[in-house]
Each structure stands twice: as structure tokens, then as C-alpha cells.
Design a protein around this ligand. Structure first.
Ligand SMILES: [Zn+2]
Length: 275
């Protein structure tokens, strides 16, 4: 998870701009829907980030199909408009999945699924570039059953906390290490925000995904440092800890991992030196 900052307003293409960039045949069927869809998109933005309470507007089946088809068979012009959204993000983060920060973000996900809300199939702020794993796990879900709470943070509106919200517990074994990631119960954010982050974290399997990435990273470090003396190990660890503080998302798996390493530095050094 990370702070990416919302897309800047002028970079997000409106329904009308996306329709103008589709084929002439589709423009004929989609442009007249603007008087229904543009107000729905405005209401979506005003409700943000709690867009999960929206009720789908009434559209005929043919209109729904045309909207979804225009998205699925995008023209090059539409793709250019959509790709420009990420140009407003800091360049080092623009190609990272905002849901997990583990992987790059080739998939264009509908925050509210286009099958249920076809009116937002072509709404820039409903479209988020995310990674394939998050896309598969998120699927068509957006609110919890039966409570109806919102499941995911909404990257187009809602930066994740500037506070550290991830805690990591490291358990060193002979050659292996276990890294357990959780939402920090002591994080200085409201209980409602913690609950929101927990739903996001749990539904996307981030505990397991971060834990695996951290374990592999530390095991690789141990292999790289085998045969090196204690001074080299300590110096390398210092560099890693310092490096994790520069340019990395505060709630990325890597920064959280090295906060935990720093807090338990002697145990880490002992484990790295243990052959
Ligand atoms: Zn992801």
C-alpha cells in the first residue's frame, strides 16, 4: 500500500472526451447518453471515496453493451487519454500497482465493476491501473457482504496514510525467516481507517504476498552475505535500512520490512552471520 496521490483533475478524461475518442459509429450511440452519464459521474466524484453506496442508473441492455464494448475495444486515442492519467503521479510510482506496491500495473481495473455499473465503464476516475494479481483478487467485488462496507482504498481519490500503518514481525530460524505483516493496531489513524485498510489488506491477500516477498528478499541477502565478515554485514544492513527510507512508499512492503529489521537489528545480524 502506498500514497500515490490522486490523479490530477485535468489529467482524468471525462466521459465526453473518451466518447469523442472512440469510433464514429460508437459516438453515435454513446454521445446521446451524456445527459444521463455525466451527472452520474459528477455524483460519483462527489461521493468519493465512498462510491460503493452508488445505485446503478437505469440503462437499456443495448446501451450497457455499447458502453462496455467501447471500453473493451478501446481506440488508440482512448488508450492515450487513459494512460495520461498516470503522468500526474510521481514518476517513480507511476508504474506501480497502487493497491499492493509489489508489482507493475498493466491492468486497467474498474473500481466499481463495469458489469454492474456500465455508466462508469468510461469514467476516468473509476479506472485504476493495477497489477494482474490484485485485479484477479479484486475481481467484481467492491463492498463487503453482508455489512456493505467498502472493501478497497480508492487510489483516484484517497491516498493511503502518510503515517506508517504496517507492522512486521520477524522470526528468524536456522536458514529461513518468517515475516508476518499486519495493519498496525497502534497506528495513529482512526479506527474506521484501520478497519478500511484491514479489509483492503485481507481481501488482496497482502499479508501472505508481502511476507513471501520479504522472506525471499532477506534470504537472498543472507546468501549474498555468506562468507563476509561481521563489519561488512553490519555496513550492508545500515545501507539497506537507510535506502528503505529514501523514495520508498512509507507503507510499502520494503520500508515496513526494514523498519522491523532496524528495530531488531542484532537478531538480524546474528541470523545473517549464522552459517
Ligand atoms: Zn497489486
Amino acid at each position: 500500500m502506498r500514497k500515490i496521490g490522486p490523479y490530477s483533475a485535468e489529467q482524468v478524461p471525462s466521459y465526453d472526451r473518451l466518447v469523442a475518442a472512440t469510433t464514429p459509429a460508437r459516438q453515435l450511440s454513446l454521445a446521446p447518453l451524456s445527459n444521463l452519464i455525466a451527472p452520474a459521474c459528477d455524483a460519483y466524484d462527489q461521493a468519493s471515496p465512498d462510491v460503493h453506496t452508488r445505485v446503478a442508473i437505469a440503462l437499456a441492455d443495448g446501451e450497457k453493451d455499447a458502453l462496455i464494448d467501447a471500453f473493451e475495444n478501446r481506440t488508440a486515442g482512448m488508450n492515450r487519454l487513459l494512460a495520461a492519467m498516470t503522468s500526474s503521479l510521481p514518476s517513480r510510482h507511476a508504474d506501480l500497482c497502487p493497491y499492493c506496491t509489489l508489482d507493475s500495473n498493466p491492468d486497467l481495473d474498474h473500481y466499481l465493476p463495469k458489469e454492474e455499473f456500465p455508466e462508469f465503464a468510461l469514467h476516468g476516475r473509476n479506472l485504476i491501473y493495477i497489477c494482474a494479481t490484485c485485479n484477479r483478487k479484486k475481481s467484481k467485488f467492491y463492498k463487503a457482504a453482508p455489512g456493505g462496507e467498502r472493501l478497497f482504498i480508492h487510489p483516484a481519490f484517497e491516498p493511503t496514510s502518510l503515517q506508517s500503518v504496517l507492522s512486521v514481525t520477524l522470526k528468524y530460524r536456522h536458514r529461513a525467516v518468517a515475516a508476518k505483516y499486519e495493519i498496525d493496531i497502534n497506528a495513529s489513524i482512526s479506527e474506521a481507517e484501520k478497519d478500511q485498510l484491514k479489509r483492503h489488506f485481507n481481501r488482496l491477500g497482502l499479508s501472505q504476498r508481502y511476507g513471501t516477498r520479504a522472506q525471499n528478499s532477506l534470504t537472498a541477502l543472507k546468501e549474498d552475505l555468506a562468507q563476509h565478515d561481521e563489519a561488512t554485514v553490519r555496513r550492508t544492513l545500515d545501507h539497506k535500512i537507510q535506502g528503505s527510507l529514501v523514495g520508498e512508499p512509507i507503507n510499502g512492503w520494503y520500508t515496513a520490512l526494514y523498519r522491523a529489521v532496524d528495530a531488531d537489528r542484532e537478531a538480524t545480524v546474528t541470523w545473517l552471520l549464522d552459517d
